[in-house]
Design a protein around this ligand. Structure first.
Ligand code: SF4
Ligand code: SF4
Length: 381
């Protein structure tokens, strides 16, 4: 297992975690065996958004004394009224469900996630009400370690990140969602099948969101990395062929600020399958062939895929492009951490000998030589 820092939280997450939603309404033995397999595989981060009393109790019992060895994302506003899972913005209801979850987690939840911040109304009803104050009080009291939020909408997520209140974001990321037209809801594409006419190339708001998170040191955990299974299905894939689960995981892990991808496994076998990621080589993880087959609008934006390697100057081209992209968000206020990351690279943009081999290999037509020059100008000593 590999572990990555989650933004500025000071916590380290396994790069593959577990989204527990598919353990909902499963027998205790299955929950226990799945959690055991996850922990045995080095997984240390678990997302528990489900408000159902039974699944929460099963997860708590399955973790047992290992609770304090793992990181839990619990959700503030996920409720279960009349057996229907729902979002609540009613503070007493929100408190009741979250405090019950706290009780089951030995009185401490690592990440208190403000739940489902997708629309302007969600934003207002959480960040401009007593719910955000409630999260702050939980943090002050030490009931939660950090405040986070979950979202599927990049425009709203950008607003939430800009509040400065949050340190972690759970967001839906995969190669198809990242190229969907900015006006579309991902849920329409999931419900009705991907409409490839709405693919526009790297969606600017999503690119901006990931870069903003890296700039502000907000860690990202990833849901829906496989697009609810559609991206790995021969029948439902929007691409010329299905991606593999490992390629989807690899794609999400190569976005800026991403700390961990949380696939929704529901059996020990599924856990073992997803952990095969670590046995694969770069070629087997490469997703560029599938993604570049879309054609339209895919030119010019770096996907941080490293398909352009090897570089004779040993420059990590994807990393330089990533730091440059973050810098270009606001060249008047370059975060010191980004400048320092760039300067700590073993080989920087000024070592580019302009051989052009990277540009010949890049499937997305990125002007790498120009980017190396720009990065050195903006971030070099
Ligand atoms: S320059 Fe092209 S090949 Fe290299 S990391 Fe960026 S998108 Fe991938
Ligand atoms: S053009 Fe520069 S960055 Fe690209 S492979 Fe050659 S030396 Fe490396």
């Amino acid at each position: 297992m590999i572990y990555r820092e989650i933004g500025k939280t000071g916590k380290k997450a396994s790069i593959i975690g577990l989204g527990c939603e598919h353990l909902d309404r499963k027998p205790y033995e299955q929950v226990k065996n799945t959690i055991d397999a996850a922990i045995a595989g080095g997984i240390n981060i678990f997302d528990i958004f489900m408000p159902g009393a039974e699944v929460r109790e099963f997860l708590s019992k399955a973790l047992g004394s290992r609770r304090n060895e793992v990181l839990i994302q619990g959700h503030i506003g996920s409720t279960d009224i009349g057996q229907q899972y729902d979002i609540s913005r009613d503070l007493p209801t929100v408190k009741r469900f979250f405090e019950d979850h706290l009780r089951l987690c030995n009185g401490y939840i690592d990440f208190g996630m403000l739940f489902f911040i997708d629309s302007d109304d969600d934003y207002k009803n959480v960040f401009e009400t007593g719910i955000a104050d409630y999260a702050l009080k939980l943090k002050e009291k030490g009931d939660i370690g950090h405040i986070g939020f979950s979202s599927h909408n990049p425009a709203t997520a950008i607003k939430a990140v800009n509040t400065g209140l949050v340190e972690i974001m759970l967001f839906s990321i995969n190669p198809a969602f990242d190229i969907i037209h900015t006006d579309d809801s991902i849920f329409t594409h999931l419900d009705k099948g991907f409409d490839t006419d709405r693919f526009t190339g790297l969606e600017p708001k999503r690119a901006q969101l990931y870069r903003l998170c890296e700039q502000k040191n907000v860690g990202i955990t990833v849901m829906k990395a496989l697009g609810a299974g559609k991206l790995i299905s021969a029948e439902h894939t929007p691409f010329k062929k299905p991606l593999t689960a490992a390629q989807c995981v690899h794609y999400a892990l190569s976005r800026p600020a991403v700390a961990s991808v949380l696939p929704g496994c529901k059996t020990p076998e599924e856990i073992q399958d997803v952990l095969k990621y670590f046995d694969l080589n770069e070629e087997e993880l490469d997703y560029t062939d599938v993604l570049s087959s879309i054609g339209t609008g895919m030119k010019g934006s770096c996907f941080y895929c490293s398909h352009c390697q090897p570089c004779p100057g040993n420059i990590d081209i994807a990393a330089v492009n990533k730091y440059l992209d973050i810098t270009l968000l606001d060249t008047a206020a370059i975060p010191p951490s980004i400048r320092s990351h760039y300067q700590n690279l073993s080989h920087k943009g000024n070592e580019c000998i302009k051989c052009g081999s990277c540009e010949n290999r890049c499937p997305f037509g990125v002007p790498v030589i120009l980017n190396m020059e720009k990065a050195e100008k903006l971030l070099g000593v």
